[in-house]
Design a protein around this ligand. Structure first.
Ligand SMILES: Nc1ncnc2c1ncn2[C@@H]1O[C@H](COP(=O)(O)OP(=O)(O)OP(=O)(O)O)[C@@H](O)[C@H]1O
Length: 321
């Protein structure tokens, strides 16, 4: 992508070669502590990129840098084509930030709260009321629009935080643990909303510890540990990390056991969730599933234990020990 220091670099999301976020070799020290030691990542427009790593890996530090709230010690950062260190106002106009805790003015209502932020972003006054009403509906808070924020549940506050991050229609959206505190239905709604935003061309970067959810949500994943990028991949690419085995469940346990025994596959454990089989390649797993179905075993579920993203996470952490 072309970069001209201090200028509003025009990047064309439709061209597909420009990323909403580009981070190269970023470090950040706090005194003698090195929170970031060399982070590389890119988050393309139109896609959801997951930022995954253990506690203390540096995710929040990185998000704060992208959100213009911290400067890196060294390295290169571009958000919507701009450098957050030299053009924080330009970045803020194009970037929405949802921190892990909603700092709210508790006495305001959601409508007042969003109106306040819309005005702070200098949205055309004639458009503010309509924009706010539309956002409240989009995050399913219309019926709570005029109650004080302090009576909202944690999940409702999360959704208000997301609406705040979207109030100026940013092209880049940063979310730190957005699903924390959300019930399953709210998580599914959040997922749909983020997919819609990505489909409209927004570059979404989301950090979360809920790997099963990221697996369904994200297109790409960046693993970080100890302040460094350890892996950057398409979600489909993490399948190669499957290490913790496969779980199969059938309506007829006896038929499943007989078919597995006949094929020399011994379950490691069996529970109500299914039979846990040893690690095997995706090709071997596909062949085993086809064989079980061919044996008329009524299989209702077959997949990697804990999900592929979790397996990749555990494998990458094991490699580091
Ligand atoms: N202001 C600070 N002063 C000193 N050290 C800091 C500061 N902020 C972060 N750190 C250190 O930097 C490292 C990375 O912290 P960070 O909060 O970015 O990790 P994280 O990946 O977000 O962790 P978690 O998953 O637990 O939220 C940690 O070792 C942390 O102690």
């Amino acid at each position: 992508m072309s970069e001209e220091a201090g200028n509003d670099v025009v990047v064309d999301p439709v061209a597909g070669d420009a990323a909403g976020i580009v981070v190269r070799g970023v470090t950040r020290r706090f005194g003698s502590a090195e929170a970031l030691r060399g982070i590389d990542l890119s988050a393309p427009y139109g896609q959801i990129t997951a930022l995954v790593g253990p506690n203390g890996a540096g995710k929040t530090t990185l998000l704060l840098i992208l959100a213009t709230l911290l400067t890196p010690t060294s390295g290169e950062v571009r958000v919507a084509g701009l450098d957050p260190a030299t053009d924080p106002d330009g970045v803020r106009a194009r970037m929405g930030w949802m921190p892990d805790a909603l700092g709210v003015y508790e006495q305001l209502t959601p409508r007042e709260y969003l109106t306040f932020f819309a005005e702070a972003y200098r949205i055309d006054p004639a458009a503010v009321a309509g924009r706010v009403t539309g956002l409240l509906a989009r995050v399913h808070l219309a019926e709570h629009a005029d109650q004080p924020v302090h009576v909202l549940s944690r999940g409702q506050k999360q959704r208000l935080g997301l609406a705040r991050a979207m109030v100026h229609e940013p092209r880049v959206l940063l979310l730190d643990e957005p699903a924390a505190g959300l019930d399953p239905r709210s998580r599914a709604e959040l997922r749909d909303l983020l997919r819609e935003l990505a489909a409209s061309g927004v570059a979404v970067l989301v950090s979360s510890h809920i790997l099963s959810e990221l697996e369904e949500l994200a297109d790409r994943v960046v693993f970080v540990a100890e302040g460094r990028t350890v892996e950057e991949d398409e979600i489909a690419g993490v399948a190669r990390f499957v290490v913790s085995g496969w779980r199969v469940r059938a309506l007829d346990d006896a038929a499943l056991t007989a078919a597995l025994t006949a094929r020399g596959v011994a379950p490691l454990a069996t529970s109500a969730a299914g039979s846990d089989l040893p690690p095997m390649s995706e090709t071997d797993a596909a062949a085993l599933l086809a064989a079980l179905v061919g044996d008329d075993v009524p299989v209702v579920a077959f997949g990697p234990i804990g999900g592929q993203l979790e397996a990749a996470y555990l494998a990458l952490n094991k490699e580091r020990r």
